[in-house]
Design a protein around this ligand. Structure first.
Ligand code: FAD
Length: 578
């Protein structure tokens, strides 16, 4: 596919939905499915049986499990072929993350190793640095960690206080500072540390555990992810050879943020996996537990929850794999032999930084909803450790905090869109979103709903662009964009996948698209109301009210029946039915 056929970042808000270039979970190749199955068997045979020990912070066991994972080749998925890796597509990388997701602590340790712990070196390391460290990381001999956060700076990492001072002869840097909440700290061998050269130029360094002056603080006692290591990394006059500077002096922000873009998408995959597992617990329990002489699953209150969980998760899964497919399509247009391939590669990922932030917020909220309802379905037993849903609930919470808090990501979505509109990269200020509805297509009502939402978004975006310094307004606009992307991704997937689906799957797809459309539209309406109330008045406000009324007119007469049928499908499948 040529570059001009690809959507630009944020362009989904402008263009009519284009199904042809869409990737959906129904499009997984047999190779992708096979890798997913291998990962799933590893999780079921190697991790779940030892979960209790892992949760008790048996770090020796954790490292042993990581090495078994490496033996299977799972550390090589994102590693380029010329570095001895498999360099598989992003869809496969997301599938692996999704399958590992239900393990909680192991999943976060794994992504600390294969994501933030290795990718800075993969993308920005010199040949010598890769030769020295990458093999050790990919075979599991060494474990990696990523040290960005500090006690006084989390969301604002560029205000780091850790310093790096070049020696008089230029042969080394002296690092001083404290890094906070570092995943894998207890057993990592290689730390990617961000520090300011001369207290000013934000830069990254590869720091070995054995370097004198590096020490690790006490383990934090956490609410969830009990099995991961989270501790301070303390640097006291650590002498780091100059050749361990990663990238260029003053360019550390590029490393930090680019790694986070892909990190956010991987986190989305991890949480989708956890949500599916929590869902399965809930569906099974609802089927087995009886009250008033009937299974819980027979009560409308419980069935509604199962249906809403299905709709929410369908939207999350659809947008996650849509973005992974968008990244793969863009990466496929790059010239692999070009000397600046990795720069172009970073550019391809950066193009969809907004979409990655959308996925992070939507999918982590989706897990929050699913884990909460799964626990509620368990009643008091959900509060008891013996039931797996208790762990899913505790482990879920931090996903809305790390890889950029959800507030920071919601702000980022609007800020990136404004920046692109200002630069003229996409015409968000000029377009008005007018579209002739096509009544003949499948999901005509939902496509019309989507078009109305885009039109209202564009109007509010333009009107409120002058109020960009006000976070409440940026957050509301960001939430509207998230809802539109979720609706569109569900709708496009439903349309595309229905074509090749069996009769029963066809009807299930129709039901889930309706349920997802209704739920996501409720979020859109609430955010649009907020945006309008905060920043619009007079005639324009009345126009917005009129547009909202049109959106509310979405025909929902068969919604209850759709939810009941989805709940039945979830019960029969023993969990998420897709
Ligand atoms: C279990 C765990 C593992 C972690 N692993 C790592 C790791 O491996 N490496 C690493 O470097 N870090 C790691 N972190 C740190 C994590 O990335 C930070 O906690 C996160 O970025 C938030 O920073 P903070 O905790 O300092 O919160 P703060 O930045 O102080 O934020 C507090 C609140 O204020 C809001 N806020 C802050 N700034 C703004 C703003 N400008 N506008 C609006 N709202 C704002 C936030 O959304 C949040 O609600 C980990 C954290 C945890 C809990």
């Amino acid at each position: 596919m040529s570059e001009k056929n690809l959507l630009k970042g944020g362009e989904f808000l402008l263009s009519a939905a284009r199904g042809a270039s869409l990737f959906t979970p129904e499009d997984f190749s047999s190779e992708q499915r096979q890798i997913a199955e291998t990962t799933e068997s590893f999780v079921n045979n190697e991790i779940f049986p030892d979960l209790e020990l892992i949760e008790e912070q048996d770090f020796t066991l954790m490292v042993k499990k990581l090495r078994s994972c490496a033996d299977l080749g799972l550390f090589l998925v994102d590693i380029p072929e010329d570095c001895g890796g498999l360099e598989l597509d992003k869809v496969t990388s997301m599938l692996v993350a999704e399958k590992i997701g239900p393990t909680g602590s192991f999943a976060i340790t794994f992504s600390g190793q294969t994501g933030i712990g290795s990718l800075p070196l993969v993308y920005y390391g010199t040949a010598e640095q890769k030769h020295k460290y990458l093999d050790r990381l990919t075979c599991g001999e060494w474990i990696g960690a990523y040290c960005l956060t500090e006690p006084d700076c989390g969301s604002d990492p560029l205000s780091a206080k850790t310093t790096a001072t070049l020696s008089a002869d230029g042969s080394s840097y002296l690092l001083n500072g404290v890094k906070q909440f570092i995943t894998n700290a207890a057993f990592a061998d290689l730390f990617t540390v961000f520090a300011k050269v001369d207290g000013q130029h934000f830069s990254a360094f590869l720091v070995e555990r054995s370097m004198v002056g590096l020490s690790v603080g006490n383990e934090e006692k956490k609410m969830g992810l009990k099995g991961t290591s989270t501790a301070q990394v303390i640097l006291e006059n650590v002498c780091v050879p100059s050749e361990n500077l990663l990238g260029e002096v003053g360019k550390g922000h590029k490393i930090a943020f680019n790694v986070l873009n892909i990190g956010r998408l991987k986190l989305s995959a991890t949480v989708v996996g956890a949500a599916k597992a929590a869902f399965a617990e809930a569906a099974t329990y609802a089927d087995e537990r009886k009250q008033f002489g009937q299974p819980l699953a027979s009560f409308g209150a419980i069935r509604e929850k199962l249906a809403d969980m299905t709709g929410n998760l369908f939207a999350a899964e659809s947008l996650l794999y849509r973005i992974a497919g968008m990244l793969d399509a863009r990466i496929a247009t790059l010239d692999r032999t070009s000397a600046d391939y990795y720069e172009q590669y970073q550019g391809a990922i950066e193009e969809y930084a907004g979409e990655c932030a959308i996925a992070k917020v939507f999918c982590s909220n989706s897990l929050a909803m699913v884990a909460d309802e799964a626990l509620q379905i368990h009643g008091g037993y959900g509060y008891i450790k013996e039931y797996p849903v208790e762990r899913y609930y505790r482990d879920e919470r931090v996903n809305r905090i790390f890889e950029g808090t959800n507030e920071i990501n919601r702000l980022l979505i609007s800020t990136l869109l404004l920046r692109r509109a200002d630069k003229g990269a996409i015409d968000l200020f000029g377009a008005d979103g007018s579209e002739e509805p096509d009544e003949s297509v499948l999901f005509a009502a939902e496509y019309s709903l989507l078009a109305r939402q885009k039109k209202l978004f564009l109007m509010l975006f333009k009107s409120l662009s002058e109020r960009r310094s006000e976070q409440e307004i940026l957050l509301a606009l960001g939430d509207m964009a998230i809802a539109i992307f979720a609706l569109e991704s569900s709708l496009l997937r439903g349309t595309k996948s229905r074509g090749s689906a069996s009769e029963s799957k066809k009807s299930l797809l129709e039901l889930v698209v309706r349920v997802a459309a209704f739920e996501v539209t409720s979020c859109f309406q609430q955010s649009a109301r907020r945006a309008a109330a905060y920043g619009i008045d007079g005639e324009e406000f009345r126009t917005v009210q009129g547009m909202l009324a049109e959106i509310s007119a979405y025909p929902v007469s068969d919604l209850l029946e759709a939810k009941r049928q989805l709940a039945t499908a979830a019960g029969e499948a023993g969990g998420y039915p897709f």
